[in-house]
Design a protein around this ligand. Structure first.
Ligand SMILES: CC(C)(COP(=O)(O)OP(=O)(O)OC[C@H]1O[C@@H](n2cnc3c(N)ncnc32)[C@H](O)[C@@H]1OP(=O)(O)O)[C@@H](O)C(=O)NCCC(=O)NCCS
Length: 194
C-alpha cells in the first residue's frame, strides 16, 4: 500500500476553517514562503534544521528536497495557509509528521500574527491527524520561551508530559513536550459549545 502511495502520490486533501483555506503544499509556493518565512521572530524557536542565515533558495530547496519527498513517502502532510478573502496570498504553513515526538509544526507570516489564525489552522490539521489519519496521539515540542506556540497547546487541551533541552536557531533552550490523545481530542470537541 505504501509502495503504491509513493508512486501514485500521497494525496493530501484541501481543508478549511471559518477564515482559512489549507491548501496542500506545492513547489510553486516556495516564492511566497521565501519572502515571509526568513524573519528572526519566526525562526528563533524553530529547530536547527532551519539554516540561518536563510539562503535565497531556502524555501525552494526545502520543499523540493525534504517536504515534497516526505509527502510522497506518506510520512508528512503539509498545507499552506491562505485567508478565504485573499486565496492567492500564502500567509503561513502547517505540517503533520509521523513519529514519536514532533508531530506538528507551523509558522505564520508576521502581518497575520495574533488574530487567532494558527489556533484555527491547528483545529483543522489536528482533527485530520486523529480522525482521518487515525493516529492515537499527537506530541509536539515547544521552547518554553515560545509563549504563543505553548498557548496554542494549552488552549487545545494538551498536557505537558516531559521537559528536555533542544537546539533552536537562536540557541539551546529549555523545552516542553505537549501531548493529546485521540480520545482527549474528540471528548474536548464533543464538549465544545455549538
Ligand atoms: C506560533 C504562531 C504560529 C502563533 O500564530 P498566531 O496565529 O499569532 O497565534 P494565535 O493568534 O492563534 O494565538 C494563540 C495564543 O497565543 C497568544 N499569542 C500569540 N502571539 C503571542 C505573542 N507574541 N506573545 C504572547 N502570546 C501570544 C495569543 O494571545 C493566543 O492566546 P489567547 O487565545 O489566550 O489570547 C506564530 O507566533 C509564529 O509563526 N511563530 C513563529 C513560528 C513558531 O514559533 N512556530 C511554532 C514552533 S513550536
Amino acid at each position: 500500500m505504501s509502495f503504491l502511495r509513493y508512486y501514485l502520490g500521497n494525496v493530501i486533501p484541501h481543508l478549511q476553517t471559518p477564515r482559512l483555506l489549507l491548501r496542500p503544499l506545492e513547489l510553486s509556493d516556495a516564492d511566497q514562503a521565501q519572502i515571509l518565512f526568513p524573519h528572526w521572530e519566526i525562526v528563533r524557536y524553530l529547530s536547527t534544521t532551519v539554516p540561518w542565515p536563510y539562503p535565497p533558495d531556502g524555501a525552494h530547496t526545502f520543499y523540493r528536497d525534504v517536504a515534497l519527498p516526505a509527502i510522497r513517502r506518506g510520512d508528512e502532510w503539509y498545507w499552506t495557509l491562505r485567508l478565504k478573502t485573499e486565496p492567492d496570498q500564502l500567509i503561513g504553513c502547517i505540517s503533520l509528521v509521523k513519529g514519536e515526538k514532533d508531530n506538528r509544526g507551523f509558522w505564520l507570516g508576521l502581518p497575520w500574527h495574533r488574530q487567532g489564525l494558527m489556533t484555527e489552522a491547528c483545529e483543522a490539521a489536528t482533527s485530520f491527524w486523529f480522525n482521518v489519519l487515525k493516529f492515537p496521539r499527537l506530541r509536539v515540542p515547544k521552547a518554553v520561551a515560545n509563549t504563543a506556540s505553548r498557548r496554542i497547546s494549552e488552549k487545545s487541551g494538551m498536557r505537558l508530559v516531559a521537559r528536555e533541552e533542544r537546539d533552536y536557531v537562536s540557541r539551546r533552550l529549555p523545552t516542553e513536550i505537549w501531548e493529546i490523545t485521540a480520545e482527549e481530542w474528540n471528548a474536548r470537541r464533543e464538549k465544545a459549545p455549538a
